[in-house]
Write a protein that binds this ligand. Structure first.
Ligand code: AMP
Length: 454
């Protein structure tokens, strides 16, 4: 489903009867949606009209209910339990599907306890919430924006789905002016578009209480513009599906204090560990490193997932000795500020959406004219990053962009489609035969004359 008021009603109805919710991004391709529904072993699916499933993937034992079929909804409601089914902290609540780097989508198992811990941390580390607040769902409710509903339900705040059911900066400003005390979650690219629109219409944040940004790197140049436009309304969070929205936070005060001599350093960080988690930097042998040393970021605490659904092997690799290995690389300074330097999992974050190179490669590699393919991210002023595919054709000169694009959109969500193809006679490899992605990234950077502010 796209964002709608019923989304929240359905989530709470699911938990009322003691079931588990599997929110699915409505932008996914029917093949991907069917794969998730199948893997999750879902019994009941709520849809919003349209062709959401792949016709050739059978989903036995699974019933579909369309939002437009109110009769069916009411018949289900009439059989509801009179009282909610009691749940324990470690009972499963939400299966959060990330795209797997190995090609198979993984269901992050979030328990009721995980979601409670996340909700309790928010007012301490991110932003206090009151009943006068209005949370606006501009980003998909299947992800971070939707997770923030709990915090606002706890406080009896207002919940608002824009009429467009998505993200439109001018609509958002109108709502903020009208409702007041608005808070929302926005990926950095959304914030960038809000700044552009605000400048065009002379708006400076009236009615907005807080914009929580995160999910992808925020570049300093963009942050400065956002501060100039909206003032002290920004808070940053760093999290991942496996510890939802809750690893670190950079406070409104630090972000807004441009006079601090260390402002640029702190603003480029993702802040300090949130109250309920411990954060460590690990070396390749999983030994903790001292401040200033770079390594893999690991997290421990009550927000950390229970594991991956029906995927023991991936769980064992990711949860080690009680610590979640995030796959992100960074360092912590003496004051506890965490800075992300790289993403070891090679994920491309385009417009706030994660694109895993491997899954794009899998689709393109199936094209009969493709001999080899390698996908990397390239810095992009509008989207943060965009997808670039390096392609080696089976027969040189026989492949073109149009045929690769046509092949791709038949099989995968179009937001994952490469924005650019670079045709090569071969791919650079190391002595083990592995493609050197770093070399391809460097080549893109030098050929594009990258002027990014770190
Ligand atoms: P997801 O599991 O889809 O929420 O993606 C999580 C990943 O997004 C993290 O592992 C990071 O690589 C990235 N990420 C999340 N928050 C931030 C942030 N504030 N700054 C930079 N990258 C971030």
């Amino acid at each position: 489903m796209k964002n709608c008021c019923e989304y929240l009603e359905l989530l709470y109805a699911i938990w009322w009867v003691g079931a588990v919710a599997v929110p699915i991004n409505c932008k996914l391709h029917p093949v991907e949606v069917s794969g998730i529904v199948d893997d999750a072993q879902a019994r009941l699916i709520f849809t919003d009209g349209g062709e959401v499933f792949a016709p050739d993937i059978p989903l036995p034992g699974c019933r579909e209910l369309d939002r437009e079929d109110m009769g069916a909804f009411e018949s289900i409601a009439s059989t509801a339990l009179a009282t909610p089914c009691l749940r324990q902290a470690d009972d499963l609540a939400w299966l959060f599907y990330t795209s797997g780097t190995t090609g198979r989508s993984k269901g992050v198992m979030l328990s009721h306890g995980n979601l409670t811990a996340m909700s309790l941390c928010y007012p301490l580390d991110v932003d206090p919430v009151s009943a006068e607040d209005a949370v606006v769902y501009a980003a998909p409710m299947s992800h971070g924006a939707g997770l923030y509903n709990f915090i606002h339900v706890r406080r009896g705040a207002r919940h608002v789905v824009p009429e467009s059911r998505g993200f439109q900066a001018d609509e958002l400003f109108g709502l903020a002016n009208w409702l007041g005390n608005v808070s929302l979650f926005a990926a950095p690219t959304m914030l960038k578009r809000m700044v552009e629109q605000a400048r065009r219409q002379g708006y400076s944040g009236e009615g907005i209480k807080t914009i929580v940004y995160g999910g992808a790197p925020m570049y300093l140049a963009d942050l400065k513009e956002a501060l100039k436009t909206f003032g002290p309304r920004l808070v940053q969070i760093y999290g991942q599906g496996e510890s939802p929205m809750t690893i670190s936070a950079l406070s409104r005060k630090v972000i807004a204090d441009r006079k601090r001599p260390d402002w640029a350093t702190l603003a480029a960080s993702v802040g300090r560990a949130q109250s309920c988690v411990d954060v460590r930097i690990l070396d390749p042998q999983h030994k903790p490193l001292p401040p200033g040393r770079m390594g893999e970021i690991a997290v421990r605490g009550p927000t950390v997932m229970q594991g991956y659904w029906r995927n023991e092997a991936a769980t064992r690799q990711t949860l080690v000795d009680g610590w979640l290995l995030t796959g992100d690389v960074g360092f912590v300074d003496d004051a506890g500020y965490l800075t992300l330097t790289d993403r070891s999992k090679d994920v491309i974050i385009s417009g706030g959406c994660n694109v895993y190179p491997r899954e794009v490669e899998e689709v393109l590699a199936q094209h009969p004219g493709v001999f080899e393919v390698c996908v990397v991210g390239e810095w992009d002023a509008q989207w943060g990053e965009s997808v670039v595919a390096f392609v080696v054709a089976r027969i040189a000169g026989t492949l073109d962009e149009a045929s690769l694009n046509a092949w791709f959109v038949e099989r995968m969500a179009s937001f994952k489609k490469p924005k650019k193809y670079v045709f090569r006679s071969e791919l650079p490899r190391n002595s083990y035969g592995k493609v050197l992605k770093t070399e391809l990234r460097l080549w893109l950077k030098s050929s594009a004359n990258d002027t990014r502010v770190p």
